[in-house]
Design a protein around this ligand. Structure first.
Ligand code: 8Y7
Length: 286
């Protein structure tokens, strides 16, 4: 029998060999008013492409969580993602996570074939933690300060790493209390979600501190504006090299899952890291 997704995540965490999660957006872009079918087919084609590039997990999202994005209803989100999840499940064996904060969407997507929940809101919506417990799948609990629409206005922390770790400890305790299995919990510092460039850099530099709680860590930095700020590249699709450098740094600091747009190039980065790790003598003999 092939290993369950949670076992693969735990193994990636223990061995410090991250899985690659490919991003599949099912959100209509603001410049296009093309039919919903078109967007669904597009998303499925993109998922097939990411799978062929070596994605271990596909993250399916029907609501934009970018800074300034407007919220969508549960009905709209379900309409966008369920058909896509079903079509991918019928064509691919690659497990999917559902990127949502809404319990109704979690239930509909898992019924359609999703095998994991990715909640940027850390299971704080009414009914979310109970839904995740009932669905009995791995769940990523992410930290965010504020709400997507306004989170970048004035992010503020005492000590960003300690504050994020404390939030994640509280939310994972709430998850356990609601009956979510210990081996199903994954945490995420939420790069770019209510954080300045300085906060994001400190979180990446001190990423190992977040491993102390023992949970596998998911990291999403791919193409984010922090990389634009560092490199001066204003267009997100010009941030491949910066994204690969960040993926490497995060992998070296113990990430268990890397959430990325550019799956194939990230897989190559991880192969190089793994090859050098395999060739590194144990500390005692150095
Ligand atoms: C993250 C995420 C986004 C992240 C997790 C983007 C949905 C913004 N970022 N989920 N989602 N972690 N777990 O630029 O960092 O991809 S959306």
């Amino acid at each position: 029998m092939t290993a369950q997704l949670f076992e693969r995540i735990q193994q990636a965490h223990r061995q410090r060999r991250p899985l690659v999660m490919g991003i599949v957006n099912v959100t209509p872009d603001s410049f296009s008013d093309g039919g919903r079918y078109w967007h669904a087919e597009d998303a499925v084609a993109h998922a097939l492409d990411l799978a062929s590039q070596g994605a271990d997990i596909l993250d399916i999202g029907g609501e934009s969580t970018r800074p300034g994005a407007e919220p969508v209803s549960a009905e709209q989100e379900i309409e966008r993602v369920v058909r896509v999840v079903e079509q991918i499940a019928s064509r691919l064996a690659v497990p999917m996570s559902i990127d949502t904060s809404k319990p109704e969407v979690m239930k509909a997507a898992v019924a359609a074939g999703a095998a994991m929940i990715n909640d940027v809101n850390g299971l704080r919506a009414a009914g979310a933690v109970e839904a995740a417990a009932e669905l009995n799948v791995p769940v990523c609990i992410m930290h965010m300060q504020g709400q997507p629409r306004t989170m970048q206005e004035k992010p503020s922390y005492q000590d960003v790493v300690a504050d994020v770790a404390s939030f994640l400890a509280q939310r994972s305790a709430a998850a356990l209390a609601a009956g979510i299995r210990r081996e199903h919990i994954v945490i995420d510092p939420g790069f770019g979600f209510g954080k300045t460039l300085g906060h994001n850099l400190e979180l990446l530099a001190r990423q190992e501190d977040l491993l102390a709680a023992g949970w596998p860590l998911l990291v999403g930095i791919s193409r984010k504006s922090m990389l634009g700020a560092i490199t001066g590249r204003k267009q997100a699709d010009q941030r491949l090299a910066a994204s690969l450098a960040a993926a490497m740094l995060s992998a070296q600091r113990g990430a268990a899952i890397l959430r990325v747009h550019d799956v194939g190039p990230t897989v190559d980065v991880l192969k190089v890291l793994s090859a050098v790790t395999d060739a590194t003598p144990p500390a005692a003999s150095r």
